[in-house]
Design a protein around this ligand. Structure first.
Ligand code: FEO
Ligand code: CA
Ligand code: CA
Ligand code: CA
Length: 670
C-alpha cells in the first residue's frame, strides 16, 4: 500500500491524512443507493425539543407509532425562496431575512477585555481573554436552562476554535529566530485555539450583545488544565511529567464540531490533534502512527524559545529516563470528547475517554428516556475511517444526570451491510465476538500495525481505530457531523468526500460509500431497530448525493432528488436538526463553479426538498449552526474567510459568527 501523503499537504488547513491502511471491505460496484421505503415515526415537536434541550421529561422519547401527521407536529416545509450561488465577499440570505456579524476573532470577552488590535500586535495574554480563531461547532444554552426554562433572548453561546491562520494572527505571520519561535507567539497561537463561552443577551431592539463582566464569560484554550476520565484514566500509556498518575493533561486542540449533552453541558471534539505534536524517535508507537503524528508539527510549538513545560510538551520524542520524565505520552491525552460545563465557570474540563480516541468530528446525542441508557454518535473524519456509537452502562435520570454517564458503557463501531442493514460491532473486550477477533488478529499485520494484542480495555480505547479495524467496521468517506431527527429518531451523518475511494491501493466502493473518487460527498441516514437507539442493528439509506445540477438520488428506481440551481452543493460537513425538525446542511468543499462560495441549505427530511438558504463570503467554509429555542435567531459560523471580511477596512480576515433573523420576526426556514 502506498504511503499516506502526509507531508506534502501538511500545511493545507483542510488536510486530513489517510492513515487507515486496512482493507476491511470487499470491492463492490453499486451505482445507486438501494433504499427501502419505511414509515417515519412521528412525535410531538414540543417533546422532541424538551428532550434535545434537556428541559423536562413529559412525553420525551415516547414517540407514538402513529405514522400520520398529527396536528401538533409543525410542518417542516421549506418556506423561503432559495438563494443563488454566489462569489461575493459577503453573506447572502434569502429575501425577507437579514444577517449581521457577531463575535469575530479577537473580540474581548473576559478578564480586562483587551481591545482587538487590527495590526496583529495583541499579545498571548490578551488573546487568552479574546474570542479565538476559526469558529466551528456552536451551541446556544438558554440562560434559564438549568431551571427548566428556554429563553430565546439570553443565553450562553459556546463555540469551538478549530485552528488558526498564523498570517492573520500575528503582525507579520509566524516568525523564527535561530530556528526557534518567540514564546509569546506560541502562547498566542495556543490561546487562539479551544473554546469560548460567551454570555449574550438580546435587547428590546433585537440587538444581541455580550454581557460584559458576566462570570460565565470564559476562554478554554490549548493550555487549560483538564482531567482524564473514564477507562483510560490512570493508564500507564498516559503517564507524563505533568501527570505521573495519568489522570490529567493540559488543553484541548483542533475542536471541530460539538454536541450539547442532555444535562446542559458541552462536548468539544478533538479532531486533527495529531498535527500539533512532533516525534523525532526512529519509530513511533501505534497510538501515534494510526493517526499520523509526524517528525515535525504543524505550528512548531515545540520550538518555542522557552524551556517552559507548556511548550516542551509538544515534543513527544523519548527524551527522559521514563515516561514520567518527558512527554512521550502527551499525544495519548488527546483525541477525545471534552466535556465543558458552561454554567459552572470554575469547572475543570473532562476528557471522556469511554467515547473513544480518534479524529472526533463531533458528537450527537439521541433523545434521552428516563431510566434508559444515554446514547451518542460520533464520526471519525479522515478518509476510510468509521462511525461510532456509545451506549452508557448507567441509566439516565433527569434529576441526577451528569458527565459520569459517559464514563462507563459500550463503544460500538458501524458496519453498513450491502443489503441496507447495519450492525453495531462492540469494541469491548468483554464481548465474546470482539475478543475472538482480537485473539485471531494477534501476530498479524492490521494495516501497517504489527498487532500484538491489547493490554486491557484502556488500551482498546486508546487505539480505537485499530480496534475498529479488527472488528471489521465499514470504512467511510470521511464522516463529519451527525444529527438526530427530533421527529423520526433517524440518525443522519454527512460523508463529506473521499478523493481516494477506489483508487489503486485503497478500499473500493461499498454500498454505503458507492462513488469512486467521491469528490462531492453524500448524506447517509439510518433507523435503529425498533427506533431504539441502544439497538445493535439498524436499516440505512442514502438521504442525498451531493453534486452538480442533475445529480440524482434514486430510491427503488424512482428519482427522489435531482439537484438544480436552487440546491447544488458539494462536500456536506455541518449538519443540524433545528427544534422544528428542519435539517440544515453546511458545506466545506470546492468553491469552483458551479458551486461557488460555501453555503448552508435547509432540507425537509421527509420529502427531501432542499433549498439553499445562505452563502458565505469568499474562501470560507460555513460550519456551525444553532438557533435560539424559538428558532427565530440563528447563529452560523464562518471559518477561514479569505480576504478582508467582515470589515473591508481591516486587512485581516476574521472568523466570525453570523446572526440570521427573519425580518418579520418569524420562524427561520418556515
Ligand atoms: Fe474539522 Fe472534519 O472538519
Ligand atoms: Ca474544515
Ligand atoms: Ca467539519
Ligand atoms: Ca470538512
Amino acid at each position: 500500500m502506498a504511503k499516506h501523503d502526509l507531508d506534502p499537504n501538511y500545511l493545507d488547513p483542510n488536510y486530513e491524512p489517510v492513515v487507515n491502511h486496512t482493507e476491511n471491505t470487499p470491492f463492490h460496484q453499486v451505482l445507486a443507493a438501494r433504499m427501502q421505503r419505511r414509515t417515519v415515526m412521528k412525535g410531538s415537536v414540543g417533546a422532541a425539543l424538551a428532550s434535545v434541550m434537556g428541559l423536562g421529561l413529559a412525553g420525551c422519547g415516547s414517540d407514538s407509532n402513529d405514522s400520520t401527521t398529527s396536528s401538533n407536529v409543525s410542518s417542516t416545509d421549506i418556506g423561503f425562496k432559495a438563494v443563488p450561488t454566489s462569489t461575493a465577499n459577503e453573506v447572502v440570505v434569502p429575501e425577507g431575512y437579514s444577517s449581521e456579524t457577531f463575535l469575530p476573532w479577537g473580540t474581548p470577552i473576559t478578564g480586562s477585555y483587551p481591545d482587538y488590535k487590527p495590526d496583529g500586535t495583541n499579545t498571548g495574554a490578551e488573546q487568552e481573554q479574546q474570542v479565538g480563531m476559526h469558529h466551528d461547532g456552536v451551541h446556544f444554552f438558554p440562560i434559564d436552562q438549568k431551571a427548566g426554562g428556554n429563553s430565546s433572548t439570553e443565553g450562553l453561546l459556546v463555540m469551538n476554535h478549530e485552528y488558526i491562520a498564523q498570517g492573520a494572527l500575528h503582525a507579520n505571520g509566524a516568525t523564527y529566530v535561530n530556528d526557534m519561535r518567540p514564546a509569546d507567539e506560541v502562547r498566542k497561537e495556543i490561546a487562539a485555539h479551544g473554546v469560548s463561552v460567551v454570555h449574550i443577551k438580546r435587547d428590546t431592539n433585537g440587538k444581541w450583545d455580550i454581557v460584559f463582566g458576566s462570570p460565565f464569560n470564559r476562554r478554554i484554550t490549548g493550555n487549560t488544565e483538564m482531567d482524564i476520565r473514564g477507562p483510560v484514566r490512570g493508564y500507564s500509556k498516559l503517564i507524563t511529567k505533568y501527570s505521573p498518575d495519568a489522570t490529567e493533561t493540559r488543553g484541548t486542540l483542533n475542536n471541530c464540531a460539538m454536541g450539547p449533552t442532555p444535562w446542559g453541558t458541552y462536548l468539544a471534539a478533538e479532531e486533527n490533534w495529531h498535527g500539533y505534536f512532533a516525534n523525532g524517535d526512529e519509530s513511533q508507537p501505534r497510538e501515534q502512527t494510526r493517526h499520523g503524528v509526524g517528525s515535525s508539527s504543524r505550528y512548531d510549538w515545540e520550538l518555542a524559545d522557552s524551556a517552559e513545560d507548556q511548550y516542551v510538551r509538544f515534543n513527544v520524542s523519548t527524551l527522559g529516563a521514563t515516561a514520567a520524565d518527558d512527554y512521550r505520552n502527551e499525544a495519548n491525552t488527546y483525541g477525545y470528547m471534552v466535556e465543558i460545563d458552561p454554567f459552572t465557570p470554575e469547572s475543570k474540563p473532562q476528557k471522556r475517554t469511554a467515547l473513544g480516541r480518534f479524529g472526533h468530528e463531533g458528537v450527537i446525542f439521541a433523545p434521552v428516556k428516563e431510566g434508559e441508557p444515554v446514547v451518542c454518535y460520533s464520526g471519525d473524519d479522515s478518509r476510510f475511517e468509521y462511525i461510532y456509537k456509545f451506549v452508557s452502562s448507567k441509566p439516565y435520570y433527569a434529576a441526577t444526570a451528569g458527565g459520569y454517564l459517559l464514563d462507563e458503557g459500550t463503544l460500538y463501531v458501524a458496519r453498513f451491510n450491502d443489503d441496507g442493514s447495519g450492525d453495531w460491532l462492540s469494541l469491548d473486550l468483554d464481548n465474546a465476538d470482539f475478543k475472538a477477533k482480537v485473539d485471531a488478529a494477534v501476530g498479524t499485520m492490521v494495516g501497517d500495525v504489527a498487532f500484538d494484542g491489547f493490554e486491557n480495555q484502556a488500551d482498546v480505547l486508546l487505539n480505537t481505530r485499530l480496534a475498529a479495524d479488527i472488528a471489521g467496521a465499514t470504512t467511510m468517506d470521511r464522516p463529519e457531523w451527525g444529527a438526530v431527527d427530533p421527529i423520526s429518531g433517524q440518525v443522519y451523518f454527512t460523508l463529506t468526500n473521499n478523493s481516494n475511494r477506489g483508487k489503486e491501493g485503497y478500499d473500493g466502493v461499498n454500498a454505503a460509500n458507492p462513488n469512486e473518487i467521491n469528490r462531492t460527498g453524500h448524506i447517509i441516514r439510518w433507523s435503529e431497530e425498533g427506533n431504539d437507539h441502544t439497538a445493535t442493528s439498524f436499516d440505512w439509506d442514502i438521504f442525498v448525493f451531493a453534486g452538480e445540477q442533475g445529480t440524482e438520488t434514486v430510491v427503488d428506481d424512482e428519482v427522489i432528488v435531482s439537484l438544480t440551481d436552487d440546491n447544488i452543493f458539494n462536500s456536506p460537513d455541518g449538519l443540524w436538526f433545528d427544534y422544528n425538525g428542519r435539517l440544515w446542511i453546511q458545506t466545506d468543499g470546492s468553491d469552483a463553479a458551479p458551486y461557488q462560495n460555501n453555503m448552508m441549505l435547509a432540507a425537509n427530511p421527509e420529502t427531501r426538498e432542499i433549498k439553499r438558504f445562505f452563502v458565505g463570503p469568499v474562501g470560507c467554509e460555513v460550519t456551525g449552526v444553532v438557533s435560539t429555542p424559538d428558532v427565530k435567531t440563528m447563529f452560523v459560523n464562518i471559518q477561514h474567510p479569505d480576504g478582508n471580511w467582515p470589515d473591508s477596512n481591516d486587512p485581516r480576515p476574521r472568523d466570525a459568527t453570523v446572526i440570521v433573523t427573519k425580518d418579520d420576526g418569524g420562524v427561520i426556514g418556515a
